[in-house]
Design a protein around this ligand. Structure first.
Ligand code: NAD
Length: 354
């Protein structure tokens, strides 16, 4: 297969970790007989420095012409003084909007080798935890109307959803559940919010098209609790932008290490935006000590969801698991008795095991 992949390394550790993911993808291409063409563009602070804006029209156009986009992370203290409208994070929001990616996918699994880093009780971690959180990304209270009174002492943020927005997100959730354990939990606050009642009705209607999927509905407060008490009960979890923002970070804490977690943002087609969930880690940038595994695993999601290369995606996940089995750790996941390695060496180790 020939594929065209745009990379947006971004800022601080971004270029270090993206280089490792590209190395691993190149190894996959060589091993499985594919040809991946990589094209690199600036995003965030790097783009502000070069072009004065965090995302140029040309970069967005290149992303929309590619098969998939692999990103590092953006932002950091260097650009803290930049006016709000041109901050690095605005580039990322504009990119998601411009690519029309409305579904954010965050797998939450616990690598058994890193179970000690999980803050949950050992008997809870001993169960197989494999949750796929699907968060709506372009609607909800983050994009609704906002208001602040003249005296600045009162404010409103409007939560808004349309049936279409819920349906397209839920459909991805049902399709994903069909390929997994056929369970879907829809999370809302339908006892209070009208948006949530629309959400629940829409999911219930769609559920009729997927009779094999066991659907449950959960209020977000209970879901936050259940994720900690019994995370193994969940397969696919779908929810809105605000609730998903919080639950997906909670799931990251459960998984134990920020540096390990991949994510994908998908739209209606196969093109997607892939990135680790962590930020640009300015405190460790330039020292070759960042953990590249979240970005490398984002590369696996890219192969699976944008290129349909399941065996190749699984090969990356297996290679990561093998490297952990062999005791190699970057500083953020290091524990007694393991071998400490840097970012580049971690990338080499994974690539060698493909
Ligand atoms: P962060 O995720 O960058 O860092 C939090 C802590 O985790 C730091 O101690 C960091 O060293 C560590 N860490 C993060 N990733 C790591 C990795 N791969 N390996 C080892 N350690 C890692 O969060 P922050 O410090 O709050 O934010 C820094 C900058 O990143 C800010 O400008 C923020 O706006 C931006 N940010 C960007 C994204 C994104 O691009 N999607 C997401 C979150 C934060």
């Amino acid at each position: 297969m020939q594929a065209h992949i745009v990379t947006l390394p971004g800022d601080y550790i971004g270029p270090e970790i993206v280089a490792q993911a590209v190395k691993v993808l190149e190894k996959v291409a060589a091993k499985y007989g594919h040809s991946f063409a990589f094209e690199e563009y600036a995003l965030g602070g790097a783009s502000i420095d070069r072009y004065g804006v965090p995302l140029t029209d040309e970069t967005l156009a290149k992303c929309n012409a590619a098969d998939a986009v692999l990103m590092g992370s953006v932002g950091g203290p260097k650009w803290d003084g930049v006016e709000p409208a041109r901050r690095p994070e605005k580039g990322l929001l504009a990119l998601r909007k411009g690519m029309q990616v409305f579904a954010n996918l965050r797998p939450c699994t616990i690598h058994p080798q890193l179970a000690a880093a999980c803050p949950l009780r050992p008997d809870i971690v001993a169960q197989p935890i494999d949750v796929m959180i699907l968060r709506e990304l372009t609607g909800d209270i983050y994009f609704g109307k906002r208001w602040r009174s003249e005296d600045r002492k009162a404010a409103t943020d409007e939560m808004a959803y349309s049936e279409m927005e819920v349906e397209r997100l839920a459909r991805i959730g049902f399709e994903m559940a069909m390929k997994r354990r056929k369970k879907l939990c829809s999370v809302d606050k339908a006892n209070v919010l009208e948006c949530s009642r629309l959400w629940r009705e829409t999911v219930a209607r769609l559920a009729k098209e997927y009779p094999e999927v066991e659907v449950t509905y959960m209020y977000v407060d209970n879901a936050a609790m259940q994720l900690i008490l019994r995370p193994a009960q969940f397969d696919v979890m779908i929810t809105g932008n605000l609730f998903g923002d919080i639950l997906s970070d909670e799931s990251a804490a459960i998984a134990g290490s920020l540096g390990m977690m991949p994510s994908a943002s998908l739209g209606s087609g196969t093109r997607g935006l892939y990135e680790p969930i962590h930020g640009s880690a300015p405190d460790i940038a330039g020292r070759d000590i960042a953990n590249p595994l979240g970005t490398i695993l984002s590369g696996a999601l890219l192969l699976r969801h944008s290129l349909g290369l399941e065996a190749e995606a699984a090969a990356i996940e297996r290679a990561v698991s093998q490297v952990l089995d062999e005791g190699y750790r970057t500083g953020d996941i290091f524990s007694e008795g393991c071998t400490r390695v840097g970012c580049t060496q971690m990338g080499d180790l994974v690539a060698e095991r493909i």
